[in-house]
Design a protein around this ligand. Sequence first.
Ligand code: ZN
Length: 442
Amino acid sequence: MKSYHNLARHEGNRQLFEVVEMGVISSLWEAPLHIHAEGLRGTGKTTVMRAVKDLLLPMERIKGCLYNCHPHHPHCPHHRNLNREEVEAVGTEVIPRPFLEISHTAKTGTVAGSIDLARITDTTRSEAALLPGIIPQAHRGIIFIDEINRLADTAPEITDILLDVMGTKPGRIQIEETGLPVVEIPVQVSVWAASNPDEEPGPLQEIRRQLSDRFDLVIDMGRSKDPDAIAQILIQSETARKNPYLKPVKTEPAEKRYSQEMEDIAHRYRNLEMPDFLRNYIARTYVKYDLESLRAIEAVQHGALLSCALRRGEKVLISDILKIIPLALQHRTDRATLAKIMAGSDNSFSYKEEKGNGSDSNNNRPTTGILSSQEDTETLSAEAPAKAMADKSLFAPLKQLLGSRPKPANADEITTSPPGQARRITEVDGDNLLKTETQLRS
Ligand SMILES: [Zn+2]
């Protein structure tokens, strides 16, 4: 498998790199971020997503717990009633953060859980017990599903499980096995998926709209048009052919450095807050454009916080929100509405800072995400939201009206009350204060 830092980056996949890095930070915040990369075959979406596995930092769990119980918040049937001392008596261990895959041919038992045959056939102490499936075992980590559109088409029962798991944060999963009581447990996993909407059975949005809506962010993958980036991909394929048994990742210092940076970012920006005026803007967008899904605006808010953290910004900017809006809304609303929202945001805010941002698909910056240059992040964090407000193009017509107009000749003669002292309307000399436009122009 190719290591993350060696993957070729180009304008077609730049956004995916950024979003998966947001996903890594989000999992360190123990907050799921569901990501869906859509694109033609050969755009490298699965390669990028799978390579992230090696950026994930280890985590601590209660010793031997297949449900990955957090030592401070145990949730599984075996540990949820234990107090701190009892957990200490069991002990804890550090394991790699889970990155597990569900194939489109998976069965319900494998995904949710099944009866533990090893324990039932144990001749010394036979007992009926549940063996958690892939999803409960991925608690606090990531589940990856390639060809999610095919899964949704051929496995409605697994789709239903995913709807529950992704329906709330944390989600929930039911494990049912004949002869055993049904177990329902909370599960905190990020679901990452990839699909090619141009291949059978078509776009996920058309196959199972509900499941499509569960994804916080959808990334449209493009092909690279940069010959240098394509040449880099060819070099990597050659290297892989010559060294088929090479296991580069894990030991690569570059991967370790990225992991460390991710952890630093996640720790430092954990308490970032959405400024009120930006939260209100998101809320107004929801109402004004009659958006169907509250999940959409929750995704905008969470994504914008992650975008801010990734660029090491101290304050969330409108550019963070504008970067996330298309990713959070393209699968939840029609293109015309999305275009109106983006055009409307242009009138509400000046997003000058956006133009210097690495996310702009038209610029040719070679790096993105965690690899963004310091220069990028400094330019961005220096821009305060107040500035975005001050530069509002909303005020432009007003400025034009008030700022550029020559002062009326008799302006000094207009008398006003000292501040704090109002005059009755009957005391106001209307002829002096009120002028028609013709009088002002003359
Ligand atoms: Zn447990």
